[in-house]
Design a protein around this ligand. Structure first.
Ligand code: FAD
Length: 337
């Protein structure tokens, strides 16, 4: 079990800035996120869109903001556990124990839940029989493209993920790209490259249609799709890749005994503590009178929560408020001369 001062659940902008606020106070944090990358909504939902209301940054995209936050916390050499969903939280005397779906375990006197709107999870094929093929021949992400060589692959979706993987995997597999609309949302450039491959007979594009059944013996053999005009077609398929977008699920957070208010966690706005001592919530997931779901509000919330985390992690030390401009201790922690 790994011992830390603070366990941060969620690597969105608020979780990342929490690392900074804890780090300048000399506290060691670990960050856990269900996704395979940091940045939360900024990266998953609007990486290229400009944000105009980050103080002193007139304009930056979701991706740029994430990069800047990572740059700012570099001195703290924080450990990130990605693709790890926090499932369980329970108390052991003055500490909290956190367990993830990948069986990682952490212990700390403090937890900051910066879980946003919950964990992002892939939208899945709605056919009941698809469950038993999940992770064997049905996937919602590509971890290692070598696993997808020399196969008949049916790729579902109309966004960039579907188009990018159709193009990439067509180098060594037979691809059928299937979408429920005629129009694709992904990049024009990638789509025209795929259309060219279609003319060369290397990729098939099927629209507007949806999957209606899977045919298998022991393994997946084929799928049947149905067009909007009612016609059906069977497509030989060893592997299905589904890129139907993400859904946000509050998930296990709702089961940790915290006072909830419409899928958010109630906090005391003086220190952002929940009804459980040592568990804090900040960012989009917390609620209190007047709460604004803005990044800058989350930054303020973790600044205050980090003071309370210090008091619990260092009960024998007195907390001293210091400016970053003039504190020698903070300069040392940031590696500044
Ligand atoms: C299109 C769009 C535009 C926006 N524009 C602006 C803007 O201009 N200005 C502004 O201030 N705000 C804007 N926002 C809102 C802003 O993005 C959110 O306020 C901000 O992302 C909240 O940050 P967060 O860190 O609290 O949560 P999130 O960014 O939601 O991150 C939470 C993270 O927690 C993870 N997580 C949740 N549960 C678990 C679990 N059990 N285990 C592990 N990980 C978990 C999730 O996977 C996620 O990565 C916009 C939002 C959208 C959708």
């Amino acid at each position: 079990m790994k011992k830390k001062d603070v366990i941060i659940i969620g690597a969105g902008p608020v979780g990342l800035f929490a690392v900074h606020q804890l780090g300048i106070k000399g506290l060691k944090a670990v960050v856990i996120d269900n996704l395979d990358k940091v940045g939360g909504q900024c990266i998953e939902l609007y990486p290229d869109k400009p944000i105009y209301d980050i103080p002193a940054v007139p304009e930056c995209t979701g991706e740029e903001l994430t990069k800047r936050l990572l740059e700012q916390i570099k001195p703290f050499k924080t450990e990130f556990y990605l693709k790890d969903r926090v499932e369980e939280v329970h108390q052991e005397k003055e500490n909290w124990i956190v367990k993830t779906n990948n069986k990682e375990e952490f212990i700390a006197p403090n937890i900051i839940i910066a879980g946003g709107v919950g964990s992002f999870e892939p939208r899945k094929i709605s056919l009941k029989e698809s469950e038993k093929f999940e992770g064997k021949s049905i996937f919602y992400a590509v971890r290692n493209k070598d696993d997808f060589k020399n196969k008949n692959i049916s790729i579902f979706g109309g966004g960039d993920s579907a188009l990018d993987w159709a193009l990439e995997l067509s180098k060594f597999s037979k691809i059928t790209l299937i979408h429920r609309r005629n129009e694709f949302r992904g990049s024009e450039h990638t789509l025209s490259a795929i259309r060219k491959l279609e003319q060369e007979g290397k990729v098939s594009i099927k629209t507007p249609c949806q999957i209606v059944s899977l045919e298998s013996e022991k393994e997946l053999k084929s799928i049947t799709i149905k067009y909007d005009d009612g016609k059906t077609e069977k497509i030989p398929t060893d592997v299905i890749l589904g890129f139907f977008g993400l859904i946000m699920k509050l998930g296990p957070i709702a089961e940790w005994g915290l006072n909830m208010n419409k899928k958010t966690i109630e906090v005391n706005p003086e220190n952002f503590e929940t009804n459980k001592k040592g568990i804090f919530a900040a960012g989009d997931i917390c609620s209190y009178p007047g709460k604004l779901k803005l990044i800058l509000s989350g930054f303020h919330e973790v600044a205050l929560a980090s003071v309370e985390c210090f008091k619990r992690a260092r009960p024998d030390e007195k907390y001293r408020f210091e400016f970053t401009t003039s504190s020698k201790t903070i300069h040392d922690r940031l590696g500044k001369k």
